[in-house]
Design a protein. Structure first.
Ligand code: DSN
Length: 423
């Protein structure tokens, strides 16, 4: 019996059920991934016991020698991985990373120019209910109606008209490579700072598959748990000239004590992404996404922009007379996890939009390749053709579970007859 099981059976049971769901199902949420066992182990270590407000060598608590070493390793690996001059690895998540940059660059009431949430942006890119939309004035660009690519004419026109203090590039639901240099040109021409939120595709940037924003942006923010495959957390990269102000914005500006167990897990994640095998992984993520996209298009789905350059695709399921909510629910019954998502120029509402967003980072971590993506695509299409047919969904679910059992999930201890802990 594990310690957790004997200490708190209710929580332990739910964790075990979640482990089973992760192992038996097909995880296609574009922002999720599976960490390595080492990342998972670091996140569950004694470092969670330690307060370390401040930065290495300048802490407000004693006993920080070892966590200082860990944070230095994380910072220097992040800089090496992305070719950055400075890294702050303390933000608890991507939202906090973005908030830290806004605190560094903006005063309340200043203007942000960012991508519209409905076109693929993020809550922290100035959505009216988010702090970013409440504290700052926001103006939004989007994608073109004909090809669903970022409308750079609109970006340039809005920058000229609204004179934003900061332009935000990067997206949560944009299936194409983003031209960071074009954003940098527009920012420079209009005297704005440029922040690139590369949370979704930072693993592809680390692998050299997606162009890097680091040489052209003033600030680059990211999470560490999507294509980068680390713990659930965030970080910011910037040039040396901004380092002091950025660090102050994170602490004491916005956070207190860093989560040092998660900083350690980030250090391990950056170390893993520096290995040559990570490049192969990231290339496979993109190959898998393109193969899955082709399979879905061949089966009758419309994809925003007609395909993908990265790890994700946005599928318009109204082409099959469904809504995103119906599609998400049916796929979940079939053991396939996706999220409903607005598509560009959606006429439906966010809680029941026209699309689903699908990503291949997690399945690729399990070792699946393009042949497997064709099978996954066939199951998705079968499910979408049978959303009302419970017995068909149950049949697909059992086929999916059997198929998934051939692909181990790194970081998850498989159940043995003797039992195992809940990780
Ligand atoms: N919530 C994340 C996503 O799913 O894309 C973005 O932070």
């Amino acid at each position: 019996m594990s310690t957790l099981e004997s200490a708190d059976e209710a929580v332990w049971k739910s964790i075990c059920q979640e482990r089973k769901r992760q192992v038996e199902g097909l995880e296609l949420i574009a922002s999720e991934n599976y960490t390595s066992a080492a990342v998972m182990e670091a996140a569950g270590t004694v470092l969670t016991n330690k307060y370390a407000e401040g930065y290495p060598g300048r802490r407000y608590y004693g006993g920080c020698a070892h966590v200082d070493t860990v944070e230095e390793i994380a910072r220097s690996r992040a800089c090496e991985l992305f070719g950055a001059e400075h890294a702050n690895v303390q933000p608890h998540a991507g939202s906090q990373a973005n908030m830290a940059v806004y605190l560094t660059v903006l005063k309340p009431g200043d203007t942000i120019l960012a991508m519209d949430l409905a076109h693929g942006g993020h809550l922290t890119h100035g959505m009216h209910l988010n702090f970013s939309g409440q504290l700052y004035r926001t103006t939004h660009y989007g994608v073109r109606e004909d090809d669903h690519r970022i409308d750079f004419d609109q970006v340039a026109a809005l920058a000229k008209k609204n004179r934003p203090t900061i332009i935000v590039a990067g997206a949560s639901a944009y299936p194409r490579e983003i031209d960071h240099a074009k954003f940098a040109d527009i920012a420079r021409e209009n005297g704005a700072a440029l922040m690139v939120d590369m949370a979704h595709y930072s693993g592809l940037v680390a692998a050299g598959i997606h162009n890097s924003p680091v040489p052209v942006a003033d600030f680059v923010t990211s999470t560490s748990h999507k294509t980068l495959r680390g713990p659930r957390s965030g970080f910011v990269l910037c040039r040396k000239e901004h380092a002091r102000n950025l660090d102050r914005s994170v602490f004491p500006g916005m956070q207190g004590g860093p989560l040092m167990h998660v900083v350690a897990a980030k250090a391990i994640c950056f170390g893993e992404a520096l290995q040559p095998s990570f490049k192969q992984y990231a290339q496979q993520v993109v190959d898998n996404a393109q193969t899955l996209a082709e399979a879905l298009i061949a089966g009758g789905l419309r994809l925003a922009s007609g395909g993908t350059d990265n790890h994700l695709m946005l599928c318009d399921v109204t082409a099959m007379d469904l809504s995103g909510k119906i599609a998400e629910t049916a796929l979940e019954h079939a053991g396939i996890t996706v999220n409903k998502n607005m598509i560009p120029f959606d006429t439906r509402k966010p809680l029941d939009p026209s699309g689903v967003r699908i990503g291949t980072a997690a399945l690729t971590t399990r070792g699946m390749k393009t042949d497997e993506m064709r099978r996954v695509g066939a199951w998705i299409l079968e499910t979408l053709r049978n959303t009302e047919n419970k017995s068909e969904l149950t049949r697909i679910r059992s086929e999916v579970a059997e198929f998934a059992s051939d692909f181990a999930v790194p970081g998850i201890v498989q159940e043995t007859s003797a039992g195992s802990g809940p990780v």
